[in-house]
Structure formats: structure tokens, C-alpha cells
Ligand binder design. Structure first.
Ligand SMILES: NC(=O)c1ccc[n+]([C@@H]2O[C@H](COP(=O)([O-])OP(=O)(O)OC[C@H]3O[C@@H](n4cnc5c(N)ncnc54)[C@H](OP(=O)(O)O)[C@@H]3O)[C@@H](O)[C@H]2O)c1
Length: 288
């Protein structure tokens, strides 16, 4: 048990985690920008002194991958200095600290799923800043943290690929989607439950947690249009090079979940099942 503080609680994953915490009846408070700034040690000290948690879950991050290339100082300040500040505070107070991280800490050159102990070698500033955050947590709080790496998130409370495809399908007859990046799409509701489970067990170390299976963005888009009544929209495979985005992205970022499966006894459901559930939930909530 213990009192939970969730930082980044208004984000895509944070909103779902707060909902699950509420359903679970666990005592928790959620904070986001305006209430705490993880870049500032002073802001963190005040927030923690006010709420006196036993567990800190940090979901706050600069998640704009392309923006991190042009605003590098901000990226490192939020994604590396932020976790550093929190880890230092958790060490001082004796709190358990859970940090979310990303498949973008890897270079994507592997052809087999990445394990937790594989060497990090991020390509872009988002991955570099998140990797530095991880290293600082391991250094400052070696025995009292859990780092959860995940990938390709979508959920009802944030901008994401599923919504981008549905939006584009309403406007265009043909969608060009990259078919040379392979990973694991993950529904924030499934991830939020898993993160809370790890936090409740005070599971220490680094864990990869994603929905099961694997897909390219093209595969993912094809299923989205099929399941949302846009089968008449043609999805065309394209390449990362043709799309020419500012940030480099790993070509292969499938995360190996076996450590999580050994611990919990079962994997998260397949990305296809999770997507169908998301689309049904979205329909019930009347998302435009
Ligand atoms: N989205 C993905 O596909 C993905 C994949 C792998 C890992 N992750 C990781 O999973 C976690 C959650 O991702 P998400 O997509 O839910 O993120 P998100 O929707 O961008 O939410 C992050 C929240 O943190 C807030 N925040 C930003 N800077 C802050 C600061 N200095 N102090 C306090 N709060 C701050 C943001 O506020 P503003 O919106 O006002 O900036 C936002 O509400 C992150 O650690 C991310 O790196 C995400």
C-alpha cells in the first residue's frame, strides 16, 4: 500500500492511470504542469512535502520526438534532469520511484526483441534524454526504483497514431504509412494496469511492458482503417526516408516482455485485441 503520487497525471497514460487508481480504491494524487515542474528541485520538494507519498510514479516527459531535436535543452531538462530530481528526492525521503521510459533508447539495429539489459544506443534527442534519465535514476536510487520501458502508445486522452489515422481517413482516399519501422503498439489502459501492478509489488529493476505481437506502422494503420469502417481508404506502404521526419527513429524496436511475463505469469494481450477494445471504448465515449 502507501500513498501514490502520479506526476504527468493529465497526459495520455496519466489520465488512464488515475482512473485505474481510483477504481482500485488506492489513495493517490495526480499532479501535472501548473502544480509541479519536475525540472525544478524546489518545486518537487514542495509537492512531496505537501502530499508525503510512499510511491512516486513519473509519467511526465517531453514526448514530442521531433520537437526534442530542435529544443534539445528542454528535452534534457524534462526527460533527464526531471527524473534525476525525482530520484534524488525519493532517495532522501525513502520513497519508491517508478519511471516510464521508451523503446527509443535502442538504435533499432537488432532483429530480435530487445531485452532490458541490452545496451542502450539512442538515435535521437528524445531517446538520448530518456536514456540519460534512466542512468541517473540507477545511479541515485539503485535499490528502490522500477523503470518501465514501453512503446507506440495510444489511448483516449492524447494525440496518437490511431486518432491521426482515423482523422486522415476522413479526409483522404489514400494514406501513405511507413512500413520499415517495426514495434509493439500498446494501449495505455493495459499499460496503466501493468504499471500499477509493478508499483504495488514494489518490483525493482527495469521491465519491458507492451502489448504482445508486433507490427509496422503500416500494419497498424491497415487494421485501424479496417476496424473503423474506412476499408475504402487505401493504405500504401512507404519508407522512413520518404517521410523525412526531423528525428531519426529505430527501424526495429520490439521490446522483449519475458521478464514481465515471468514475474506476473502472463503477457499483456495482443495489440490487435487491445486496439479493438480501444476502438469500442472510443465509440462508446463518442470520441469524434
Ligand atoms: N507516447 C508514447 O508513444 C510513448 C512511448 C514510449 C514511452 N512513453 C513514455 O511514457 C510516459 C507517458 O507518455 P504519454 O504519451 O502519456 O505522455 P504525455 O501525454 O505527453 O503526458 C506527459 C505529461 O507530462 C506533462 N509535463 C511535461 N513537462 C512537465 C514538467 N516539466 N513537469 C511536470 N509535468 C510535465 C505534460 O504536460 P504538457 O502536455 O503541458 O507538456 C503532460 O501532461 C512518458 O514518460 C513517455 O516518455 C511514451
Amino acid at each position: 500500500m502507501g500513498f501514490y503520487i502520479v506526476i504527468g497525471s493529465a497526459g495520455m497514460l496519466g489520465t488512464d492511470l488515475m482512473e485505474i487508481l481510483q477504481e482500485s480504491g488506492l489513495a493517490a494524487v495526480g499532479l501535472d504542469v501548473g502544480e509541479v515542474d519536475i525540472r525544478s528541485e524546489d518545486s518537487i520538494r514542495k509537492a512531496l512535502a505537501r502530499f508525503d507519498p510512499g510511491v512516486i510514479i513519473n509519467l511526465a516527459a517531453m514526448t514530442d520526438v521531433d520537437g526534442c531535436e530542435t529544443r534539445q535543452e528542454e528535452a534534457f531538462s524534462v526527460n533527464a534532469k526531471g527524473p534525476e530530481n525525482l530520484a534524488r528526492a525519493a532517495a532522501r525521503r525513502g520513497d519508491f520511484f517508478v519511471q516510464l521510459s521508451t523503446d527509443y533508447v535502442f538504435d533499432g539495429l537488432s532483429r530480435v526483441p530487445y531485452k532490458e539489459d541490452d545496451p542502450m544506443n539512442p538515435l535521437g534527442m528524445y531517446g538520448k534524454s530518456k536514456a540519460q534519465g534512466e542512468l541517473l535514476i540507477r545511479e541515485l536510487l539503485p535499490d528502490n526504483h522500477c523503470i518501465v520501458r514501453t512503446s507506440w502508445l495510444y489511448g483516449t486522452h492524447g494525440k496518437n497514431f490511431v486518432e491521426a489515422i482515423i482523422d486522415a481517413a476522413q479526409k483522404r482516399p489514400v494514406l501513405n504509412v511507413v512500413n520499415d519501422q517495426r514495434g509493439r503498439p500498446t494501449y495505455t489502459m493495459d499499460l496503466a494496469r501493468a504499471v500499477l501492478g509493478l508499483a504495488e509489488m514494489r518490483t525493482r529493476g527495469t521491465f519491458h511492458v507492451t502489448n504482445s505481437g508486433e507490427a509496422t506502422w503500416y500494419d497498424f494503420a491497415v487494421r485501424i482503417v479496417e476496424r473503423t469502417g474506412f476499408s475504402h481508404v487505401r493504405v500504401e506502404p512507404t519508407t522512413t526516408e520518404q517521410l523525412s521526419r526531423p528525428a531519426p527513429r529505430p527501424g526495429y524496436s520490439v521490446l522483449d516482455n519475458s521478464r514481465f511475463v515471468e514475474l506476473t505469469g502472463k503477457p499483456l494481450r495482443s495489440w490487435e485485441q487491445a486496439l479493438d477494445d480501444y476502438l469500442a471504448t472510443r465509440g462508446r465515449k463518442g470520441t469524434p
